[in-house]
Ligand binder design. Structure first.
Ligand code: PMP
Length: 351
């Protein structure tokens, strides 16, 4: 082995869901929104000639529109390249203690990857047998806390009172609430921002705003923590947000009617789908997200996952302790979910 190989950082990377090249598939594996972005986004004019210029490093057009939308000051908003970028930046900025950070044993599988990448010690308190957060597990000494609400990949929403309980018990460390799915159900922790100076709420345009391909995420907190995030960002890459993202992201926020309409369509389809697969002996955890986490009474999830894939229907399977008999199924259009239900019906009958 060459001597330099010792100098290479060795990490076990996050594995994103598959993006099949074949377009003739039903794609229910990465929690994308089946409806396109708003017409306002489609009408947005990106002057290609301006791409010779760097974008606004402060991303002020997008920051301002988000601040107005959420009723906060622009100094309370930080934007990044998808919430993955915002979360990674937050780990780098806020989790610099020798004490372990805490996040649930079953949660977004990027958290431990960032912790490893940045050499942040961590512990993973177990969710209870119903996959619920045990708030008392977060009363111990720690170097920070992060969890999604609703959680992924379970879809379970924790009551805002439990979120507040965790934030208020941890005034000496920063608590990040990852609200990637909050628009599909539940109360946001944004209402607690003014009350607690240790709270950061992270959001994304990838799910409820149908813009996963553009990569926009943001954090809302108090000006002190947002400045800390910006200081780290400017020490790393000043121009994270490209010009088209700034223009199209801004247009998206301005079309609240379309946003609400598509979110409610996804929620209605989710409820319909949960009922449709019940008679097939599937049980879904209670979901407040744009996906369901489903298990079958008899058939192993891994088998169903493979059979669906063979039939060009992509869902997500995690070969991990406690959840290896579940499928995470993103909510598509009614038509897509009907086709998937039909596939499941035939598959179970013929098996
Ligand atoms: N948080 C959670 C809980 C997620 O499931 C995802 C989607 N993979 C993200 C954050 C990141 O989403 P994005 O980077 O597209 O905003």
């Amino acid at each position: 082995m060459a001597a330099w190989s010792d100098n290479i950082r060795k990490v076990e990377p996050y594995v994103p869901g598959e993006q099949p090249k074949d377009t003739d598939v039903i794609k229910l594996n990465t929690n994308e929104n089946p409806y396109g972005p708003s017409q306002r986004v489609k009408n947005a004019i990106v002057d290609i000639d301006t791409l010779r210029l760097y974008p606004d490093p402060t991303a002020s057009a997008l920051v301002d529109v988000l601040a107005e939308y959420h009723g906060v000051d622009p100094s309370q908003v930080f934007v990044g390249v998808g919430s993955d970028d915002v979360l990674a930046m937050s780990f780098l900025t806020f989790f610099n203690s020798d004490k372990p950070i805490l996040f649930p044993d079953i949660t977004y599988s990027f958290y431990d990857v960032w912790a490893e990448l940045f050499s942040i010690p961590y512990e993973r308190p177990a969710l209870d047998e119903n996959f619920r957060l045990v708030k008392e597990n977060y009363y111990r000494e720690n170097g920070g806390i992060v969890f999604p609400n609703p959680n992924a990949p379970t879809g379970i929403y924790e009551d805002i009172k439990n979120v507040e309980d965790i934030v208020s018990h941890n005034k000496d460390s920063i608590v990040i609430v990852d609200e990637a799915y909050i628009d599909f159900g539940g109360e946001s922790a944004l209402g607690l921002i003014d009350k607690y100076d240790n709270l950061v709420v992270v959001r994304t345009f990838s799910k409820s705003r149908s813009m996963a391909g553009l990569r926009i995420g943001y954090a809302i907190s108090n000006p002190v923590l947002i400045k800390a995030l910006n200081d780290v960002k400017y020490s790393y890459n000043s121009y994270t947000m490209n010009r088209p993202s700034l223009i199209m992201g801004t247009e998206s926020v301005k079309d609240d009617e379309y946003f609400k309409e598509t979110v409610s369509k996804v929620v209605a389809t989710r409820e319909r789908f949960v009922e449709a697969i019940k008679p097939l002996d599937f049980t879904c955890l209670p979901s407040s997200a744009n996906f369901v986490f489903a298990t079958h009474k008899d058939i192993p999830a891994k088998e169903i996952f493979q059979a669906a894939k063979d039939a060009h229907i992509y869902v997500r399977y995690f070969d991990k302790p406690r959840i290896d008999n579940y499928l995470r199924i993103s909510i598509g259009t009614d038509e897509e979910m009907d086709k998937f239900t039909e596939f499941l019906t035939n598959y179970i009958q013929e098996r």
